[in-house]
Write a protein that binds this ligand. Structure first.
Ligand code: SF4
Length: 342
């Protein structure tokens, strides 16, 4: 087990079980999550005997920057990180007027099979540990000399398919002994794993939940996202209403607009019906084509037309700003091209 994947409470448990004082757990947690420590034997404040004991039972996960790409057009930065087992993941940092936001990966690859997504083309390789999620932020911060204030779990992977590690990551990144990033500044994006949504509703973690909708019709949605065959929209909407009622948090619906596929008036009307009376808003994403799915990119007027249809129907809607298109910033594209080169 990785020492830097443990929450402060978990660390306290294993430290006190060894007959040590609880404050040692605080020292160790701060060392990894505040001071960017890299190794157990390097924890100078901790007695040598405890360091030796810990290093015989636990490991530390460190990741490295493999490549860094900067968009000429908007300054978006994309990292490829090398994991200890030589797997590669992506992460994107975007600068906004209110600070820096980072989109992190939660798995190596993904098994969900969404048709427009490059991350899933080779399936799921493995889950990321909590430390691997946090380290994407620490490495980017160190490299850029900035603080990340917003985190989006929308890189490669389905976060609710790696539930326990993701929840531990929230605990770690939000801890006052670490980066202390507000949970309200964290967004978890899911393709709609219903049991995970119910479980998350009980956790009392005030993150923003974001759902990949992409079509308000089951059949069409299943063509774009195979997971929709397992979880139909009726059950998904029930789970989301439960989530929103329990947490009182507004839900974001991500809608990748694909010209000629999901951009008609009947879609707009059905979205309005599904979201009626719910604390929700729709984020329109003009399709960013990948090689395997290279059709249907809508032009600006097209996107504005769909937005205006939704607005007339009373649906709060935003259009996602396109970031880093010159550096293949959308999900999984860069990792995949590097793997192919290899
Ligand atoms: S969009 Fe997300 S859930 Fe779907 S395949 Fe890609 S990484 Fe997985």
């Amino acid at each position: 087990m990785e020492l830097n994947s443990m929450t402060h409470n978990k660390l306290k448990e294993i430290i006190t079980q060894r007959g040590e004082k609880g404050f040692r757990a605080e020292q160790i947690f701060r060392y990894f999550h505040q001071q960017d420590g890299q190794g157990i034997m390097e924890m100078g404040q901790v007695p040598l005997s405890l360091r030796e004991e810990l290093s015989s039972s636990y490991t530390v996960n460190n990741i490295k920057i493999l490549h860094k790409f900067k968009s000429e057009s908007d300054g978006t930065i994309k990292y490829l990180f090398l994991l200890p087992d030589d797997n590669i993941i992506e992460s994107v940092v975007m600068g906004y007027a209110h600070g820096y936001s980072q989109c992190i990966s939660t798995q190596v690859g993904c098994k969900m099979g969404c048709s427009f997504c490059a991350s899933t083309k080779d399936g799921l390789v493995r889950n990321l540990t909590a430390a691997e999620m946090a380290n994407q932020i620490y490495e980017a911060e160190k490299d850029l000399g900035v603080r990340i204030s917003n985190v989006v779990l929308m890189g490669s992977g389905e976060p609710l398919d790696n539930y326990e590690n993701v929840v531990d990551f929230f605990d770690i990144i939000n801890s006052k002994l670490g980066r202390n990033i507000s949970l309200r500044s964290i967004t978890l994006s899911t393709c709609g794993i219903i049991p995970g949504i119910y479980k998350l509703a009980q956790e009392n973690i005030p993150i923003t939940l974001s759902i990949s909708l992409h079509s308000p019709f089951d059949e069409k949605r299943a063509e774009i996202m195979p997971i929709a065959k397992k979880y139909c929209l009726k059950d998904l909407m029930e789970a989301l209403r439960h989530y929103s009622d329990t947490t009182n948090r507004r839900i974001t619906f991500e809608y990748t607009l694909i010209k000629g596929t999901n951009d008609g008036e009947e879609e707009a009307k059905e979205i309005a019906r599904l979201l009626n009376g719910m604390l929700a808003h729709v984020n329109l994403i003009p399709l960013n084509p990948i090689r395997e799915y290279n059709e249907g990119r809508p032009d600006k007027n097209h996107v504005l037309k769909f937005q205006s249809m939704l607005k007339k129907l009373g649906v709060a809607t935003t259009i996602r700003r396109e970031m880093g298109s010159d550096i293949s910033a959308s999900c999984g594209q860069l990792r995949r091209s590097v793997l192919e080169e290899k």
